[in-house]
Design a protein around this ligand. Sequence first.
Ligand SMILES: O=C(O)CCC(=O)C(=O)O
Ligand SMILES: [Fe+2]
Length: 274
Amino acid sequence: MTNNQYLLNDKQIYEFIINGYLILNPKFPKHLNEKIYQKADALDTNPGDNILDEIPDLNEIWSNPKVKGVLQSLLGINYTMNPHRHCHMNEPGSVSQTWHQDGLNERHHEIKTVLGMYYPQKVTNNMGPTAIVPGTHFRNAPSDRLATYGNFKDQVLGTVEAGSIIFLHYDIWHAATSNTSDKTRYMFKFLFNKNSKATSETVSPSWNHDTSEAIKHFGLLLTTQVCRSAQSDFYKEKALREKMWDSMTGGIKLNVSRDAWAGKRRPKKNSNMM
Ligand SMILES: O=C(O)CCC(=O)C(=O)O
Ligand SMILES: [Fe+2]
C-alpha cells in the first residue's frame, strides 16, 4: 500500500501536466546511493534489462514510499514496472546525444508511461546531465527532424543532488549532454506503465485530490506558458492539458472560468474627462 502522505497534491499534478517532468529527492541513505554507484562502476559490461540482477539494491529505490507515491499519483494505484530498464553510463569525454523522445510519438494526451531516472551521484553541469525541454510532451515532432535541433531557449539541465529521481512523461524531448568531467555519470532509467485495464469510466484521481484546492490552482493550466511558446502552440497546449486532466480524473469538471480575460480590471477612468 502507498502511504497517502506521499501522494502528490492537485497543484503538483498540474505542474507535471504543464512541464512533463518533476524532480524528487527522497533523501535515500547516503550509503545506499554510494553502494549503487560503486556496483555500477565495477560492472564489466552493461547488463541492459538485467541490471536488477546485478544491482538488486535498486529495488530499494523503486519501493521507497515517496517514490511509489509519485508513481501512483501519476499512473494510478495499479501501475506496473516495465521489464525494460537501462543503466545509462555517461563516460568522461562523451558527446551530447541528439534530442529524442523515448515514447512512440503516438499522439495522445494521457500519461500511459512514466520514465524514472535515478542518479546515484550528484550531477553537475559538466558531468553530462540529462537535458529536458519542458512542455514538449505535447509536441509532435518527426524524430529525424528533432534530432537535428541544437539548443532550445528555456531548456533545462537536470543538475541534481545524489539520490535524485527525475520523473518524465514518456514523450518529452530530452537528451544526455556531454560529460567534460573526469567522472562517469550513472543514471538508471526505469519505465512504469499505467494499468492498461484502467478506462476513462473507471479512472479517478489517484493523488491527494481536493476539489477546492483543484479549483484554486486550475488557472495554472490556463495561464502557465512554458518555454515562451508561440501563441498558437500555447492555445493547443492549454487544450491538451485539460484533456490530460480529464483522462486522469475520469472527467471531473471543475466549476471554473476558462476565459482568461474575464474579471480583468479596466484602466481607471479619468473623472475630469468630458
Ligand atoms: O543518459 C541520459 O541522460 C539520457 C539517456 C537517454 O535519454 C536515452 O538513451 O534514451
Ligand atoms: Fe532517452
